[in-house]
Design a protein around this ligand. Sequence first.
Ligand SMILES: [Zn+2]
Length: 237
Amino acid sequence: MHGLRGWSVQPTIRHIGVAAAMILLFFMPGSSFAVTLSCQKQNITVTAPDFKLANRVCARAATSLDLLASCNLQQTDPFSIEVTPVLPSEFGECFGVFHCNDDLVQVLAPDALSEAIHRSGNFTNLPLDVLFDSLVTHEISHVLAFQSSSGVPRTSAEAEYIAYAMQMESLPEKDRNAFLQAHPVTQPVSLMGLNDVILSFSPEVFAVRAWTHFRIEGNGCEFIRKILKREVNFPTQ
Ligand SMILES: [Zn+2]
């Protein structure tokens, strides 16, 4: 998507090792001090510009893990989340990225996210704090799909289906309804309409279609399970 791009296989980011239950302060590139927090009860480490934001991401990670666990997406390994003012230049149009080789998620900090959504024109219908929280859920979905699956996705749409369905599912109902109203979907939604071309053309349309398809009776978490087992063939265009 123009914004919430899936995952990268480029080992460009070094893993940040942190002892359990410790809070560390250090310099973050492009900003001043950063805080690293080991989330209680989760095997997740969060680095953010300040403690309040790190704590918020830990809390969001906890609720995300509960949502995802209910849908066949399990955490099997530790990973880190970095809240950053800037993503690596190759992900310039993204809001977040999962570096699967480094067990690392990067998401734009709220201020940078605000600039990015207005620059891209995407996801401007959601309140900034709601979008930021859902971005965390989106990227954690990529992590757990990677950890839970038996192979790599064959298309970007395949990976993004899970992330957008879970992101939309995680939205407060009133915000989701407003987003759906702003991006009305033509029924019925089939897999043919969930391809890489639509994804690159309009991530918002893809997000609405993915969630609508996910919500069709008989799909839901069972459909996610089939994707993870590589039993679903997403069209490439
Ligand atoms: Zn994504």
